[in-house]
Design a binder for this molecule. Structure first.
Ligand code: C2E
Ligand code: CA
Ligand code: CA
Length: 400
């Protein structure tokens, strides 16, 4: 057992030099080893595995504190982090939540301008425990499925986009983002081969944030001819909807990429909802309060949903492709689809059919009053660049 008092190594990053110097003087006065940096590059160069605490300014020019947190998360930084900011408590709280998702350890906040005694009190408090975060992290066992863990750390995921079309006008209203794993050896891996595994390994939240981050950073380039941005539909695992921080983190990502919350739809599968409704209902409600839209995906594959539907604050019903694909031949499916559309409309929801592959299917859906369609009939999901050129030719064809 280590009995010596540990020497804490503190690294400070703040673009305001006088704040850095002030913190450093206080820390050194308390016997800490302290280094001050004013930009991300110097900071990262000075960051060593024996750094015990980081004091990080959230708002900085260039690479800001949030991006730096993300980098620290990728590097699995084990230091205790103290966030400093003059931009209000909410931003600090959101940043802390994000940091937790990234696996970082936030040990305190300092609201600028802070005074010497506040800083000293916080440092004295966090430095006191005998067991430091560094020790805890290095003792963690490695996860059995390193490959997926690495893929998340290196962000090997890309998104393919599939359009959602208004059946009546033919206009494009939104895009669904579908995750693909760009595997260094195996090429493009489809979600069926990694989403379930990520859920089992407890990695689905992190994967979800990567997808969300990418989707929101890319969607701005897709417009509908009149310059209007397209709606973005993202799939969420029901596991992620147990996390009370989900709405706040989602909103902070949207804000950073200037995506209005009302332009985002979160798709949740019907089967997930049936199993977990009581646990997810408050999160769904909070998302709706923030204008985020909710879609019930794969509708028609579950059993008890019809009765429960009115209790869910969803804005959209997405008819499962298994029902759509049998539309031509199967009278039962046709009635099922018709009833689903009627019910969705009665509850004020938009109804969209997925997996539309033929013109005949589209015609039947139109005759039943279905609002939107998505499927290979228009295009399979495409990577962003191909999707952009598809979008241009589709729009040109609409005009003529
Ligand atoms: P989903 O949300 O039901 O997505 C639609 C799936 O149907 C996609 O498969 C898409 O490529 C496929 N599809 C689209 N049009 C047609 C069509 O006309 N015919 C047929 N036969 N199939 C069509 P994909 O991309 O393999 O995704 C499979 C599932 O993986 C998705 O089902 C969704 O549940 C899940 N998923 C995808 N991305 C994410 C993600 O970022 N997070 C989470 N949690 N799940 C995701
Ligand atoms: Ca979906
Ligand atoms: Ca679906």
């Amino acid at each position: 057992m280590e009995t010596m008092k540990p020497i804490h190594r503190i690294l400070v990053i703040d673009d305001e030099g006088d704040v850095g110097d002030f913190v450093c003087a206080a820390a050194q006065g308390m016997g800490f080893d302290c280094t001050v940096t004013a930009d991300a590059a110097t900071f990262l160069a000075a960051l060593t595995p024996d750094t015990t605490f980081i004091l990080l300014d959230l708002i900085m020019p260039g690479l800001d504190g949030i991006e730096l947190l993300r980098l620290l998360g990728q590097q699995k930084c084990a230091a205790g982090i103290i966030l400093m900011s003059g931009v209000g408590k909410r931003v600090l709280e959101t940043a802390s939540q994000l940091a937790q998702v990234l696996g970082l350890s936030i040990v305190g906040h300092l609201q600028k301008p802070f005074r010497l005694f506040e800083l000293e009190a916080l440092l004295a408090k966090v430095a006191e425990p005998a067991v430091l975060p560094v020790v805890q992290a290095s003792a963690q066992p490695t996860t059995p499925n390193k490959e997926l863990r690495h893929a998340i750390d290196r962000n090997e995921f890309v998104l393919h986009y599939q359009p959602q079309i208004d059946i009546e006008t033919g206009r494009m209203v939104g895009v669904e983002a579908l995750a693909r794993w760009q595997h260094p050896d195996r090429g493009l891996v489809l979600p069926l081969n990694f989403i379930g595994r990520a859920e089992e390994l407890g990695l689905i939240d992190e994967l979800g944030w990567l997808v969300m981050e990418r989707g929101m950073s890319e969607v701005g380039q897709f417009t509908n001819g009149d310059g209007k941005c397209l709606m973005l539909s993202l799939n969420a695992s029901v596991h992620s909807l147990h996390d009370l921080k989900f709405p706040d983190i989602l909103l902070s990502i949207a804000e950073r990429h200037c995506v209005p919350p009302g332009n985002i739809t979160i798709e949740i599968t019907e089967s997930g909802l049936i199993k977990e409704l009581s646990r997810t209902l408050d999160i769904l409600t909070r998302l709706r309060m923030k204008q985020v839209k909710l879609s019930i995906d794969d509708f028609g594959t579950g059993y008890a949903m019809m009765q429960q539907l009115q209790n869910i604050p969803a804005t959209e019903l997405k008819i499962d492709r298994s029902l759509v694909q049998d539309l031509q031949g199967n009278g039962r499916d046709r009635i099922m689809v018709q009833k689903t559309i009627e019910m969705g409309h009665e509850l004020g929801m938009r109804v969209i059919a997925e997996g539309v592959e033929t013109e005949e299917q589209l015609d039947i859906l139109r005759s039943k009053g279905c609002d939107c369609a998505q499927g290979y009939f228009f295009t399979p999901p495409l990577p962003p660049v191909q999707f952009l050129s598809w979008l241009h030719s589709y729009r040109a064809q609409l005009v003529h």
